[in-house]
Design a protein around this ligand. Sequence first.
Ligand SMILES: Cc1cc2nc3c(=O)[nH]c(=O)nc-3n(C[C@H](O)[C@H](O)[C@H](O)COP(=O)(O)OP(=O)(O)OC[C@H]3O[C@@H](n4cnc5c(N)ncnc54)[C@H](O)[C@@H]3O)c2cc1C
Length: 456
Amino acid sequence: MKQFDTLIIGGGIGGLMAAYRLKEKVPEMEICIVERGNMLQDRHCPAGKNRGCVHCKTCAITSGYAGAGAFSDGKFNLGTAYGGTLGEELGDDVAMHYISEVDRILTRHCDGDIVNVYKSNEELKRKCLQNNLLLLDMNVKHLGTDRNYSTMLNIIARLEQSGVTLLTGHDVERIEKKENGYALCCANGEVLRGKYVIIATGRSGANFLNSFCRQHNVKTTSNSVDIGVRVEMKDSIWRDFSEKIYEPKILYRTKTFEDRCRMFCFNQGGIVSAENNHGIITANGHSFADPQRKTENCNFAILSSIHFTEPFNQPTEYAEYISRLANIISNGNVLVQRFGDLIRGRRTNEHRLAQNTVRPTLKATAGDISLVLPHRLLTNIIETLYALDRVAPGCANDDTLLYGCESKYYSIRPVFMNEHFELIDNVFIIGDGSGICRGLSQSGAMGIYVADAIAK
Ligand SMILES: Cc1cc2nc3c(=O)[nH]c(=O)nc-3n(C[C@H](O)[C@H](O)[C@H](O)COP(=O)(O)OP(=O)(O)OC[C@H]3O[C@@H](n4cnc5c(N)ncnc54)[C@H](O)[C@@H]3O)c2cc1C
């Protein structure tokens, strides 16, 4: 049985940053990252251009070293306005300090200078406000998918050189309390021992976290869930914004239901992608920094937030149910519909899609999103698109494509013992899985923060 000082479950940005910081502060510490997926360079999705998702046991897109962000656009938000609520938990100044630490580590390991840095813009903020829209902007560093990948490879190599043990194919099923620490029991039969445990399992580790909380009597609270679509259109429609702030993130309160809808995860010149979450195929998007790999389109998500109240407390299941419905009518794929067809109450078919001026960048199944999304969510999305059209005319064109579904689950949020995000003695939680973070910078920052608490 192997014995370590600190065991980190999950090799996403949170886990990597925690290990990095622990080695900076306590070089002699024996650290092991326990990851269910593969090494970053061995993560290959078998789905090809003409072949949909083949439902791998461990999804190469969301699992493995560098985590869910491995093939992401690599947008690092250098602020607390969005990407999680770390600012509310720690206070803005402390959270910003740790976000700057993430930036420092990234900059050190990035090949070449990060040139794509975007600042906030007052003129665009005003234009949005005048149209009932709230633009959330802050400084953003955009690495691009390719450079984000090489930066992560460099960080992982540095951890290896500094003596961190990096395990792959180790799916942790249980954490058991032992004398002087904990035992991690993995699905492959291996058991690892350590004094401290950091749970950095991200969104894909939701089931693991659920059972951990049940087993160790950690209370959980129900969070909201965001459900909606990925929207694709010609890149020129948002260029006014993307050239100035790179990523417009906009909030809108819908007229009919007064629900909060958000436009986020904008990808200039990007592609729409499919993501496998435990066999449920959902839409997402990314873009490459390399100009050769840019498309003529841009894409972003429009998501409507739902916060369930008593007696219902299974928001994740609700979102999964809706996404599954989209998979059922699209034969296990993502659905795509032209906005013009949606408004006219008809499905999109291959013929109409072939004539569309916006060429789809994902091979999705042409169909009818109104057969999937409940009335309230669909109304919210349509109203938001029309509202966005006022600041980016053309947004609500007939040929705009909607891919369904996209959802973000933040349902379970464990109750922490203290300000160090400790769940039970010497077991900490960081990143997206904590219900606090929703992005790379804050997940990494939380990893460094908890590492500092352990190092002390
Ligand atoms: C397509 C895509 C694009 C994105 N783009 C951006 C972006 O540009 N900017 C941004 O800020 N954010 C982006 N995000 C969000 C960002 O990737 C996440 O916020 C971030 O990865 C969270 O980091 P994490 O370390 O908490 O978890 P993750 O990155 O999800 O890593 C968790 C790791 O834990 C492993 N794991 C889970 N359970 C177990 C278990 N039981 N045993 C062993 N291992 C386990 C998983 O395999 C995974 O590798 C994107 C996400 C996606 C999916």
